[in-house]
Design a protein around this ligand. Structure first.
Ligand code: PLP
Length: 286
């Protein structure tokens, strides 16, 4: 793997060292972002940096870098890979201190970032759709924070995989929240619905882009609670994330979704999304 960034230095990964007393390691006390790079450009960078700022504020950490400084770090990491599509991972933890739950005074946050080639989902997942299972959303009540503590998400994703599925659709009090690492859209006829933002979902950057594209193209799109029963009656269900983009879910808990294959609204939205992405790569949209 090419060089990584750690606390001001660019290093080969095997020379990057973090203390065992880092609060990220001990408590999962930190936040992260994943930013896709398309055609050598950082996609929706201001949106990702705004979400990072919100996550840091929520855990009461000062952002260690300005937007310009972050961009300089990412640009150097990206340069190693040429212009291929990439994904940048960054995390900020509270830093190193003797183990104690309370925040230690005056510690320096640990900042880590790296880039890797973007792995798109296999093409048959797009053409045939993927399988999902519903599971109880066992996470906490601040899922809007992009926290590095992902034990619940990892358990839920693993449970889905062991049931032969690609994603877990999380359900809290009979209402769909999101996927283990994605947001969810439900399509009925030509109308889209996605759960509203709030403490129980991560405000996905791809989710917001899909909502934006829908509105710009006069596709009805509502942000309102999605009851678990609407997964059964939906014509289409999609998951969205920066790396999986917009994937059709064609089977949930052993039942076909709609016709059991990717639907016409997915084809339309994915075409619009690809058009937007292409315009971005060509520098026609920011
Ligand atoms: N929800 C969760 C829990 C996630 O982990 C992710 C991404 O990893 C998303 C939603 C999708 O967010 P984005 O579109 O910003 O990648």
């Amino acid at each position: 793997m090419s060089q990584v960034y750690l606390d001001g230095k660019f290093l080969p990964p095997d020379q990057a060292r973090v203390s065992v007393f880092d609060r990220g390691f001990i408590f999962g006390d930190g936040v992260y972002e994943v930013i896709p790079v398309f055609g050598g450009r950082l996609f929706r960078l201001p949106h990702h940096l705004a979400r990072l700022e919100a996550s840091l504020a929520a855990i009461r950490l000062r952002n260690p870098h300005t937007a310009e400084e972050w961009k300089t770090i990412f640009t150097r990491l990206m340069a190693e890979h040429g212009t291929k599509d990439q994904s940048i991972y960054l995390q900020v933890t509270r830093g190193v201190a003797p183990r104690d739950h309370a925040f230690p005074p005056n510690i320096t946050p640990t900042v880590f970032a790296y880039s890797q080639p973007l792995k798109y989902p296999p093409v048959e997942q797009l053409t045939q759709g993927v399988t999902a299972v519903t599971t109880a959303d066992i996470r906490w009540q601040r899922c809007d924070i992009k926290a590095i503590a992902l034990l619940a998400n990892a358990l839920l994703r693993q449970q889905a995989i062991e049931q032969g599925a690609v994603e877990a659709i999380l359900v809290r009090d009979k209402v769909v929240t999101e996927g283990a690492a994605s947001n969810i859209f439900v399509v009925s006829g030509d109308r889209l619905v996605t759960p509203p933002k709030g403490p129980y979902i991560l405000p996905g950057i791809t989710r917001d882009l899909v909502v934006e594209i829908a509105r710009a193209n006069k596709i009805a799109c509502e942000e309102k609670p999605v009851g678990i029963e609407s997964l059964r009656t939906a014509d289409e269900v999609w998951l969205t994330s920066s790396t999986k983009e917009i994937l059709p879910i064609t089977r949930i808990d052993g039942h076909s979704v709609g016709a059991g294959k990717p639907g016409p609204m997915h084809a339309r939205m994915f075409a619009l999304y690809k058009e937007y992405k292409q315009a971005f790569v060509l520098g026609k949209v920011e």
